[in-house]
Design a protein around this ligand. Structure first.
Ligand code: AHR
Length: 499
């Protein structure tokens, strides 16, 4: 197969938003306990945080972290997690049918996030709670001093405010599974009033209203429209959540998952802009794609609810293969391509729970296959996102019809002249010969080339063989006369950096 496109530094979509490379830590399963936090682990620091996980988190290159949920947040009392640890209550977490010990609360998490160099995106509980509790947690987090809750934070050891700049107004409030689930009208009013209150305390903060929990929800589109009708002036973003998996051995459709993500983004943009038009507003609402990943959700949905209430049970610990990594890479291509409207995004989640990083309690931490395209994209995508219009061979898919075999995006840093290209070959059987016309970017040299591929698209990393799937140098890259050629193996994700 073949594919080609020209690259031109004038065809700018938008700056690369650093928040595109967000991650997500929910109090769920083993994400927090025995994930980021495990006192007694050989690598644990004085605060009980696993050093191996911290190191991998930094290597992953995530920039922002959504916290503390997820479905968990809709029943969470943030006050349970502050003050002397020994006095904190154990609570039932209805979302994941487990016990929350509250050993980790916002003060500990903020300490961890600082070590990991992550900005916190804080989600408030609008399931069982409302405007007052959102104001309270904002006061605790962000008010400098001299009020009850800011002084309490100071007494708990954090003299300086945490300066959280972005808040999520609840989580997936359209989902009937959500504790405190609401209609679009109920939620839109609550989101607008919570936003108004939070902003009157702190005008500069950024606020995310809940969009649909997936584009397959029966209320998708109508939900966004009604919520935004009620909260348009008060919020900056509407959220989007999407999880993909291979269904019934249909690898071709799975590899084309980004087609769905592209369509999802276009639909939310169209819906938001139509509300803006009706309201005669020139303001544009951004998309916070604050949950996305590969998740074998259908397996989880079929599993029975456990009878016991356990602390940090193993929940949705998916083990990812090469194809999953290719799809994760292609979803990042889609997110970058929409950088004009998708201005924040969080891969869900960071550790153990549908995660790029896995741990064994007391044992090692290791990289899943999906770690690699994320880490490379976060490291190499810099400056501005360039529009890429490929001419490419096509492949047939049962779910999305005929799609281009190649999916690609590029970035260009006007400061340094560096260019990075991210390319996916969706063919399950054929390599794609990619040709890039670089005549508008003279003088570049290939600096690095990486490909994630394997003769077995289902090959995985495990705790015992954590390096089975790693990015390898793509030796086929050749640049001459302003033309770069590169062979992309079937079912592959690649990145090239040129300087
Ligand atoms: O990331 C796992 C779960 O998926 C989150 O808690 C929820 O928001 C979504 O349904």
């Amino acid at each position: 197969l073949s594919a080609s496109f020209p690259l031109n530094p004038s065809f700018v979509i938008a700056p690369v938003n650093r928040r595109t490379f967000g991650t997500f830590v929910e109090h769920m399963g083993r994400c927090v306990y025995t994930g980021i936090y495990e006192p007694g682990h050989p690598t644990a620091d004085k605060d009980g945080f696993r050093g191996d996980v911290l190191e991998l988190t930094r290597e992953l290159g995530a920039t922002v972290v959504r916290y503390p949920g997820g479905n968990f947040v809709s029943g969470y009392r943030w006050e349970d997690g502050i003050g002397p640890v020994g006095e904190r209550p154990v609570r039932r977490d209805l979302a994941w049918h487990s016990l929350e010990t509250n050993e980790i609360g916002i003060d500990e998490f903020a300490r961890w996030a600082k070590k990991a160099d992550l900005e916190i995106m804080y989600a408030v509980n609008l399931g069982t709670r409302g405007v007052q509790e959102a104001l309270d947690v904002q006061e605790y987090l962000n008010h400098p001093e001299g009020t009850r809750l800011s002084d309490l934070r100071r007494a708990n050891g954090a003299k300086e405010p945490y300066d959280v700049a972005i808040f999520c107004l609840g989580n997936e409030m359209d989902g009937p599974w959500q504790t405190g689930h609401k209609t679009a009208h109920e939620y839109g009013r609550l989101a607008a009033e919570t936003a108004r209150a939070l902003r009157s305390a702190q005008p500069g903060i950024e606020l995310v209203a809940c969009g649909s929990s997936s584009s397959s929800m029966p209320t998708f589109g109508a939900w966004e429209a009604e919520v935004l009708e009620l909260a348009y002036d008060q919020v900056d973003y509407i959220s989007a959540h999407a999880y993909y998996e291979e269904h019934d051995g249909d690898l071709a459709s799975f590899l084309a998952s980004a087609v769905d993500m592209d369509h999802f983004v276009a639909s939310v943009v169209a819906t938001a802009d139509s509300v803006g038009a009706r309201l005669k507003s020139t303001k544009k609402i951004g998309i916070s794609f604050d949950e996305w990943n590969v998740w074998y959700l259908s397996r989880f949905e079929g599993a029975p609810t456990p009878e016991e209430w356990a602390v940090a049970p193993r929940v949705i610990e998916d083990h990812y293969n090469v194809a999953d990594a290719v799809v994760v890479g292609s979803l990042l291509v889609s997110l970058l391509r929409h950088s004009d409207r998708v201005t924040a995004a969080c891969q869900a989640q960071l550790v153990n729970v549908i995660a790029p990083i896995m741990t064994e309690p007391g044992g090692r931490a290791w990289r899943q296959t999906i770690f690699h395209p994320f880490a490379l994209t976060a490291r190499l995508a810099k400056g501005e996102v360039l529009r890429v219009e490929p001419r490419a061979a096509t492949v047939e898919t049962a779910r999305y019809g005929t799609v281009a075999a190649l999916d690609a995006v590029a970035t260009h840093d006007p400061q340094t002249g560096e260019v990075s290209v991210f390319a996916v070959n969706r063919s399950t059987s054929e390599p794609t010969e990619l040709t890039i016309d670089l005549t508008a970017l003279p003088g570049l040299q290939v600096a690095e080339t990486w490909t994630v591929a394997d003769a077995d698209p289902y090959a995985r990393n495990t705790a015992d063989d954590p390096e089975r799937v790693v990015p390898r140098e793509n030796g086929s890259a050749s640049l001459s006369g302003g033309t770069l050629t590169l062979e992309l193996p079937p079912v592959s994700w690649s990145a090239v950096r040129l300087v």
